[in-house]
Design a protein around this ligand. Sequence first.
Ligand SMILES: Nc1ncnc2c1ncn2[C@@H]1O[C@H](COP(=O)(O)OP(=O)(O)O)[C@@H](O)[C@H]1O
Ligand SMILES: C[C@@](O)(CCOP(=O)(O)OP(=O)(O)O)CC(=O)O
Length: 189
Amino acid sequence: MAGAPRLVLLLSGKRKSGKDFVAEQLRSRLGPDVCAVLRLSAPLKEQYAQEHGLDFPQLLGAGDYKERYRQDMIRWGEERRRADPGFFCRAAVRGAVQPVWVVSDTRRPSDVAWFRAAYGPAVRTVRVQASEEARTSRGWAFVAGVDDAESECGLDQGLAFDWTLHNDGDAAALEGQLRAVLRAVQDQL
Ligand SMILES: Nc1ncnc2c1ncn2[C@@H]1O[C@H](COP(=O)(O)OP(=O)(O)O)[C@@H](O)[C@H]1O
Ligand SMILES: C[C@@](O)(CCOP(=O)(O)OP(=O)(O)O)CC(=O)O
């Protein structure tokens, strides 16, 4: 396939586990010419913002704004996915030319299935794990209908992760784990 990536790292994990943080760490170490961070939620949020007259950059941020709309965005996104499960995956990869892609927000078995069908052996799965205590310190609080729904729990079972990164706030421990992933990535390039 023309322009196919050498490696696709599918990050999953709970809200405030640090998926975006880890994705950015990987990108900054590999460099922007080598690594692209792709977000399935970016085209979702863009279109949702347009249709609802909302502020797209604020929906992309880690603040309270996106939390206000999360439940309705989940509902809206699921409607789109029901009609076309690959809709947001195709939109997210459009235009990415780097050899390594980090998808920072894989949430559903259908997301993983789409990437595996498209990029086969290049796909690796990475779980970002953080304790409830660490997530709470980053602003997380349980919301029924979000934290117990597929958006947060869809990949809790049934997927063997290539790596599980523990991101509980110990910078040195995370550093060691990131280095192990980066070594494996470099070996594939
Ligand atoms: N290891 C870390 N060191 C410092 N800040 C972190 C770390 N992990 C996450 N954060 C911060 O916690 C917040 C939530 O992380 P984020 O990556 O947005 O989580 P997620 O994408 O899983 O919801 C962000 O402000 C982020 O910068
Ligand atoms: C409607 C969503 O796409 C919103 C996702 O937003 P983020 O990916 O920014 O969320 P976290 O990083 O976990 O805090 C969820 C979905 O079910 O598609």
